[in-house]
Ligand binder design. Structure first.
Ligand code: FAD
Ligand code: NAP
Length: 344
């Protein structure tokens, strides 16, 4: 295990924030995980587990050990008792989109709506990645990882992961305490496309596909999701960003009726628990943040929820803009926008 010192993290975070790791290790063998954690624990160093860096905001040099997760490989597992199902077990360092594509190539279905989400497999459970009406929990079976406090390997099922909307136990009780080394997903050999999400359905219909009798294939869903994403979201390689910077807030029915009275056009979705999810992007756009620049940072012109680094932005520039927006939205709508990416 090669532990390096004072390594720049700029190439490893898609917001391209220039910060250094005091210690840095690139892990490509499972047995290196407990070794790396022991190194950090002996020196009482904080740990940052890094996948593709597409959902983190670095606020300065990291004083501890950055563990870059590069474990690779995946296998398909068929169970004789479940002939129409296949399990895929993928190492945490695999690229998420490569896994989605590999499954589709084999005609194993369930991941198509989650096409083109940046990042690695190991980070997918952290915020229960979701897009176009589907979340990871929909096909999640289990994951394996190293429990840093207990000092042992553990397998967690969906219930133990406590998945919620862009949320899981790894953002709370197990935050930075559990190194995910592999994830197992349950896929179907039978296409069961999920196309009720408005923008997706609309785009499929534009292509002349019959969405009423479900004649759409998972491959068509995937290619359509990719098309929509490419048209709307900035490519982090060209324009550094971490996707949606704020979560869609969920508010009580009572609060919702107050907001709706002032903003009858607000985009909202009633949830099973009676609360209402508000489209944060709509609020930002309504408040005039779409395409607005503040020095080296700004909100993207095609997607107001995406904060972008136009050049040499510092973490302070990013956090100042985020705070300014939170205050503005709170003032106008009486709603607090929560930052989605993890702040380190
Ligand atoms: P990182 O940014 O490296 O890490 C994120 C968090 O997970 C950190 O707290 C990190 O410590 C932790 N972590 C990472 N790997 C491990 C591991 N192996 N074990 C334990 N903890 C770990 N997200 C969505 O949900 N839906 C979208 O549609 C979506 N679209 C996006 C579009 C763009 C253009 C961008 C830039 C981002 C988008 N995201 C989206 C956010 C992001 O891509 C996902 O959250 C992704 O899962 C992050 O993966 P990563 O490997 O880059 O994680
Ligand atoms: P959009 O299609 O413009 O829709 C705006 C918002 O409305 C979304 O946030 C979405 O919530 C919500 N929405 C739309 N139709 C819905 C329905 N039928 N039921 C419930 N909620 C609905 O959104 P977008 O910004 O272009 O993103 C498209 C999809 O990709 C979304 O699912 C979004 O979450 C995902 N995405 C996520 C990130 C990220 O970094 N987290 C970045 C880019 C895109 P949801 O967000 O809950 O779906």
């Amino acid at each position: 295990m090669d532990i390096q010192q004072n390594i720049s993290l700029k190439p490893f975070n898609t917001l391209a924030i220039n910060a250094q790791a005091r210690y840095f290790v690139d892990i490509n063998k499972k047995k290196q995980v407990p070794e790396a954690i022991a190194f950090a624990q002996q020196r009482q160093l904080p740990v940052l587990i890094l996948g593709g860096g597409s959902n983190i905001v670095l606020t300065g040099n990291f004083p501890g050990l950055v563990i870059k997760m590069s474990l690779l490989g995946f296998e398909f597992i068929h169970a004789a008792s479940e002939p129409r199902r296949v399990y895929v077990n993928a190492a945490a360092g695999e690229n998420w989109q490569s896994l989605v594509q590999a499954c589709l190539n084999k005609n194993y279905y369930g991941l198509e709506n989650l096409s083109l989400i940046p990042g690695r497999v190991g980070a997918a459970p952290i915020q229960n990645i979701g897009a176009y009406g589907v979340a990871l929990a929909h096909c999640f079976e289990s994951l394996e990882g190293w429990d840093c406090d207990a000092g042992c390997w553990k397998t967690l099922n969906a219930k133990q992961c406590e998945f919620g909307y862009r949320d899981s136990v790894f953002k709370h009780a197990l935050k930075d305490r559990f190194v995910i080394t592999s994830v197992t997903l349950a896929l179907s050999l039978d296409p069961q496309v999920q196309i009720s999400y408005g923008v997706l359905k609309g785009e499929l219909e534009k292509q002349g596909l019959n969405t009423v009798i479900n004649a759409v294939t998972p491959q068509q869903v995937a290619s359509t999701v990719i098309k929509i994403r490419r048209s709307k979201l900035p490519d982090p390689i060209e324009t550094p960003n971490v996707g949606s910077f704020f979560k869609n807030p969920s508010i009580s029915a009572e609060s919702f009726s107050r907001v709706k009275k002032n903003y009858p056009q607000i985009v909202s979705y009633q949830q099973d628990n009676g609360c209402y999810k508000l489209a944060a992007g709509w609020m930002l756009e309504h408040a005039g943040w779409r395409g607005k620049k503040r020095g080296a940072v700004g909100m993207h012109s095609a997607q107001s929820l995406v904060l972008v680094n136009y050049g040499k932005a510092t973490s302070q520039n990013v956090l100042d803009l985020a705070k300014h927006i939170q205050q503005d939205i709170q003032q106008q709508f009486g709603v607090l926008l929560e930052i989605e990416p993890a702040i380190y």
